[in-house]
Design a protein around this ligand. Structure first.
Ligand SMILES: Nc1ncnc2c1ncn2[C@@H]1O[C@H](COP(=O)(O)OP(=O)(O)O)[C@@H](O)[C@H]1O
Ligand SMILES: [Mg+2]
Length: 396
């Protein structure tokens, strides 16, 4: 058993119930922290976030310690001021995680972070839980890469084991002539590399599961996700797949939550092939962009569920209240969106949809930066998609 295993198991064994009135500390002060704090404040918890950016999205709705994520002194202050600690991103410094585990109550433990920070460890853990991932090989040299490309055929996807997001740290190898360049480019990240077979998926789905320290598990309805330029664009719920697939996706997510001993949330990204097979792509041990639809569309949001799980409360009902399409608002969408918000939305009235806008309070609307999202509630997902198309905000 590794050091991280021991820490994780120890934390799970010491499950506590943290009642409202208590203070929750969040490592990270971005939009996920902000939405955790908003949901948890409604339940009566207080929040304090640690984030280096002054007036961070979460700092606008909670207290904030302004310091780097790897600042031990600041982490100690967070531990002193909070009754329970959680995180909103997975790349938490291992030293800080260990220190917080010692000085405070971190019900999620550090093992799950250790696992999901690294694609190879993550894939092995998913397989150990009895769930399939896309075929992959660890590659440590160009020769190994050449052999792996020969095994999987082109196209195939080379990924860095750590640090990737929104398609960064990846190279789709489309011909053998790209092997040298792909290896040299990704090898600069100085982490292990993994080659994956290219899955010709029909759809990308995701399921968010929650597990409490007491072992209760609940899953949210599967979302059908559409990416543009490797950034999530739409989450469509219910996903336009057979009921059998929806149930199977939820079952796999629950199995992963159980197998990995998750506390809090685990987001499971999946590929669905044309012949109905599901492969797990990757995990995130936190609220996920593809779960933002739950804010108005489910009886319990992913953010409330996360707070419930880390505080040891019974988990909430995840039933879907209405069809919904979540569309992300990036920097370039801000101006037309704000313009639209100032006027009566006749398109929405005609289509009978309710667009619920969520903005994160980020100062600079940089191109491609996630600034907010809109949950378009509708009688059916086609009406929500029609509103998104007719607004002309998202021209893709
Ligand atoms: N093995 C694969 N086969 C086909 N498409 C893939 C594969 N791996 C990744 N992709 C595509 O690239 C996107 C980003 O990859 P992912 O591993 O989820 O990294 P990120 O951390 O950037 O989200 C996926 O959502 C999917 O569309
Ligand atoms: Mg992904």
């Amino acid at each position: 058993m590794s050091e991280a295993d021991k820490l994780g198991a120890g934390a799970a064994a010491a499950a506590k119930v943290i009642l409202p009135g208590a203070t929750v500390g969040i490592l990270g002060g971005g939009q996920l922290g902000r939405m955790i704090a908003n949901a948890g404040s409604a339940l009566g918890y207080r929040f304090i976030a640690l984030d280096p950016t002054p007036d961070a999205p979460c700092g606008q709705v909670a207290e904030q310690i302004i310091a780097g994520y790897d600042d031990r002194e600041a982490a100690r202050e967070l531990a002193d001021r909070a009754d329970v600690i959680t995180y909103e991103f997975e790349n938490v410094d291992a030293g800080v995680a260990a220190m917080l585990m010692e000085q405070s109550y971190v019900p999620q433990g550090s093992e799950l972070l250790y696992t999901t920070q690294h694609r190879l460890r993550e894939k092995r853990a998913i397989e150990a839980a009895g769930v399939r991932v896309a075929p992959y090989s660890e590659v440590a040299s160009k020769d190994e890469l050449r052999a792996a490309v020969a095994k999987f055929g082109v196209p195939c996807v080379l990924k860095t084991a750590t640090g990737g997001y929104d398609g960064k740290g990846q190279w789709v190898i489309r011909s053998e002539s790209e092997i040298d360049e792909a290896f040299d480019t990704l090898d600069r990240a100085q982490t292990q590399l993994v080659l994956e077979k290219f899955i010709r998926f029909d759809k990308e789905l995701s399921v968010i599961a929650a597990r409490s320290p007491q072992g209760e598990i609940r899953t949210f309805p599967a979302a059908e996700n559409i990416h543009v330029d490797n950034i999530l664009h739409l989450s469509i719920v219910p996903a336009r797949v057979e009921d059998r697939i929806q149930r199977e996706a939820e079952r796999l997510a629950a199995r992963i939550a159980e197998g990995l001993g998750v506390v809090g949330l685990i987001a499971v990204e999946l590929f669905l092939t044309a012949d109905g097979e599901l492969f797990v792509n990757e995990l995130a041990p936190r609220p996920h962009n593809s779960g933002h639809y739950t804010m108005e569309a489910c009886r319990t949001s992913q953010f409330e569920q996360h707070v419930r799980a880390v505080c040891g409360l019974p988990l909430g009902d995840t039933s879907l209240l209405t069809p919904v399409v979540m569309v992300n608002v990036l920097g370039e969408h801000m101006e037309p969106l704000l313009e639209r918000m100032a006027a009566v939305d006749e398109t929405a009235e005609r289509l009978g949809v309710a667009p619920k806008v969520h903005l994160y309070g980020k100062h600079e609307a940089k191109h491609k930066r996630k600034m907010g999202h809109v949950n378009v509630l509708a009688a059916d997902v086609d009406a929500a998609l029609a509103w998104i198309a007719e607004t002309n905000i998202w021209r893709v």
